[in-house]
Design a protein around this ligand. Sequence first.
Ligand code: ACM
Length: 539
Amino acid sequence: MKKITFLLLMFTSFYTMAQKNITIVPAPVELTVHTGTFHLSPSTIIIANSNAKHDAVMLNFYLKKLYGFSLPVKNITPGKAVKNIITLGLVKQGERKKNEYDMTVDADKINIEGINSEALFYGIQTLLQLLPVDEYSINNHRFEIPQLAIKDYPRFQYRGMHLDVSRHFFDINDIKKYIDYLAYQKFNTFHWHLTDDQGWRIEIKRYPKLTSVGGFRNGTIIGHYPGTGNDGKRYGGFYTQDEVKEIVKYAQDRYITIIPEIEMPGHSSAAIAAYPQLSCFPNESTAILPNTPWAGSRTGKQVQQTWGVFDDVYCPSDYTFKFLENVLDEVMQLFPSKYIHIGGDECPKDTWKRSAFCQQLIKEKGLKDEQGLQSYFISTIEKYINSKGKQIIGWDEILEGGLAPNATVMSWRGEEGGIAAAKQHHNVIMTPMNYTYLQQPQDSVDRDDFIPLEKVYNYEPVPEKLSPQEAKYVLGAQGCVWSEYTPDMDNVESKIFPRISALSEVLWTPKANRDWNKFSSELPGIYKRYAIWGNKYHK
Ligand code: ACM
């Protein structure tokens, strides 16, 4: 008898827990919880007509991936009262906001309505976060979903995460995992940093040496810069164009746009190692500092084995511009994104200063100096990309020497670049390194430049210095993961979680709803959700 009472109590308490422990990240705009639950079971039917079929497929994808089962999908049967169903449907925009979905859960049915299939997908992500995280419920198939009503839509149109795959390479399975993490938290943009000094990572058919030579380095420094030694191991990898297509499709299915980054004019050592004519001094060997531990040949152009900023950059020659146009042609064919990121950061001017060709070009074009030449470089590329119907994004250094006419600025050295760009009526994406560079430590154990969770949570992408009119140019913000000291996906996960959840709330949830005390009190539940997602997170 005692045992039965105990079991009954357990059931009751799980029911109550299911009703009270609602943790949806990012927090929705409006949430009203009612009493009672909907019991989801393998006999629950998804009702979706043709325009919601893709979302039904995605719901089943995630049910299978996270819980090991999927549900039958049927068309809407008009006039028939059915129970135990999840309906997915598109509705007219009417009074609804961009990408709004509305969701109700009652005893018989879950209804998710979206103004488009992307909105429906966000509703599905919310539903997935209403499913249990505790072993008891999962093992006993007690999928009790609290009865509720939700109205929800994003605050910012650009909700991004970046990954540097040059310093360390991540295979396509890792990239798919990363994309799913973004999807779970309603991010809509993946900024793929594909080229840098330490490795060129995308197959370009016209220039095979970019990957056969530029995709590999002869070794990597051990420990922190400048390194205690060199591991002497050939390291590299790249994505074939077929793999890129597979990833683009995978992301598209999750309403995530991939913005490829092809760095220029700096951070181009790997491309120069493959095609030395891209340098103003093709016959000079790559400069390697005496204290840099090195593996293999020190002569000729080399893919970098250490971190930092390097002087040998693209020469603004006809050869280079033709090369970049050809590369960008293939890139723009692969990525449907409206934006192409062209880098533009950390380009030392020393090589251009001592190049007779560059000095002559500065005179010929009536430019002020090497900053003007950088601006000329970016504007030339912008013109080409615009001519193909696309837009450029660049790091905030592209402001120096004058902004290219249509460029969007990614403000990383703080917010000043973003503020300046918005005041010039250019679109801005905020990625200030002291808030959103998520490779930085989460706590003070290692370094003093750590970025604690609360700091990310309380980040506000719209600076107070902007007028309401100027603030409209802030499209959103982005978390970045630079991979010098981030060797694999487990390590990425230990760095992004839980700060990516905090950032998702910055980008999605209305400012007035953001509440650090609530968010931090929900962390135990959030960690349990991470366990369902199967990631290594930082506690
Ligand atoms: C950057 O972190 N160099 C954009």
